[in-house]
Design a protein around this ligand. Sequence first.
Ligand code: 5AD
Ligand code: SF4
Length: 469
Amino acid sequence: MSRTYHIVTFGCQMNERDSETIAGMLEEMGYEYCPDFKAADVCVLNTCSVREHADKRFFGVLGQLKNPHEQDPGRIVCVCGCMMQQQVHIDTLKAKYPWVDIVFGTHNIADFPRMFRNAAEEHQKITEVWKDAGPIAEGLPAKREYPFKAFVSIMQGCNNFCTYCIVPYTRGRERSRAPEAVLAEIEGLAASGCREIMLLGQNVNSYAGVCGEDGCDRFGIAPGQKVTFPQLLRRIDCIDGIERVRFMTSHPKDLSDDLVQCFADLKHLCKQIHLPVQAGSDRVLKEMNRHYDSAHYLELIRKLRAACPEIAISTDIIVGFPGETEEDFQATVDLVEKVRYDSAFTFIYSVRKGTPAEKMPDQVPEEIKHQRFDRLLEVIHRIQEEKSAEYQDAVLPVLVEGFSKTDPNVLTGRTESNKTVDFTVRAPEGAEAGCNSAAACAEALIGQIIPVKIVKAQTFSLYGEAELQ
Ligand code: 5AD
Ligand code: SF4
C-alpha cells in the first residue's frame, strides 16, 4: 500500500508555492496525496507569521494531530515556514509538541528530502533552521494544483522593513532569480499546456535578475546583463502559449513608469494590479516606513488608469496602526473613496514581536480597531457592489478552472481581473461537439479561456452563462 502525505498551508502565495515544492519532493520520494491531514502518513504544516491570527490557527491545527505516533509510530509530522524562523516558536514546539519530527525554515526547503530520509529511516528528530538565506535553489520539483495555471516565483525576501511587518525577518533580504531561469520555467510550463502564470515576489517591482555567464541568446539577454521587472514582463509576453500574466505584490514606491507602460503595451498582461496602500494618512504612512505619501499613490492610480482604463485595482489596508487617530482613519476612508477599489483586503493591526511598531506608543484599543475596521468595510463593500454591477450583461473571457464545489452542474473560472465566475453551459443541439453529454462538454472546457455572459453581478460573486460553439 502506498504511503500518503498532506500539506496544510497557512498564509500567502509564497507559502503556497513553497508547499508545491515540498509536495513535489514527497511525490518524487513515492508518497501520494491524501485529502485528510489527520489520516496521512506524512503531515506537513507550512506556517505563516504575518498576523497573530495565523499563529493561533497553526497551533489549533497542530493540536488536532494529538500525539500521532501513538496511533502509528511510522507517521511523520513536519513543521516549516515563516514561524519557524523565530526561535520563540521553535521553543514552544519543543516544550508543548515534542512529537513533531522535523522542523525547518524558509531558507532550507531544498534540503527537505535529506532531512526527511533521516527522520523516516533513522527515526531522528530534526530541527534545522538557517538564519540567513543562501542563493535561490533552482531545479526543484513542484506539484502544482492546476495544469493550466501556475505560480512562478521570481524573487524571494524583502528589503523594505515596513515597521509593522515580520516578513523581512522571516524571509530575509531580496534575492532575484536569474531571468533565464524564470523564462525557461515559463517556457516549460507553456509547453505542458499552462495558459496563465502568476509571478510571485514580496515586491516584484524591485526584481533585479542578473543573467549568468553564458547569456541567453533565445531571449536576447547578454552575459551578466541586469534585467528589470518590466524588461522581464516584456520577454514573458512573447512566450508562445501563455495567454495571461499576473503578478503580486507591487510596492507603490517602486512602481515605475516603465511598468505602467507595460499595461498599455503587453498583449498578455492581465488588466489587473494589486497595489497595497496600507493607509491613507501621510503621517501613518511615514510611521509605517512606506516611503510614499497619499498624493504619490493617487498619482500612480491616475497613471495606471490613463495607460489602461479598464484596469482592476485591489489593495491591502491596515486599520489601527499604533497612534492612528480618527483623523488618520478618515484619511484612509477618503483615499478608498477616491480610488474606488475593485476589491480590498483589510487587516486589523496585529502586534508582531521584534518589529519596530511593537514598541510604538499609543497602541489603538481593540474596540476602536474593530469599529474602524467595520466602518471601512462598509465603504469598501458599497464601492465593490457598484463596481461589480458594471459587469452585468458583459461578455468576459473566463479561464475555466473546474466544477463548482457546491454544484456539480456549474463550472467556475476566473476573469482577466481575477474575479471568480460561476456559470452554466448550454450543450450544443444533439451534443455533436465531440462529447456525448452536457457534463462531458463542460469537462472538456476546463483549462480553456471561453466567453461567458454575466447574468447576475453581485458584490462578491459573478454568475454567468456560456454557450458552446
Ligand atoms: N498587522 C496587520 N496586517 C499586517 N500585514 C502585514 N503585517 C501586518 C500586521 N502586523 C498585512 C499588510 C500586507 C498584508 C500581506 O498583510 O497589509 O500587505
Ligand atoms: Fe512586509 Fe512591507 Fe516587505 Fe510587504 S513590503 S513584505 S509589507 S516589509
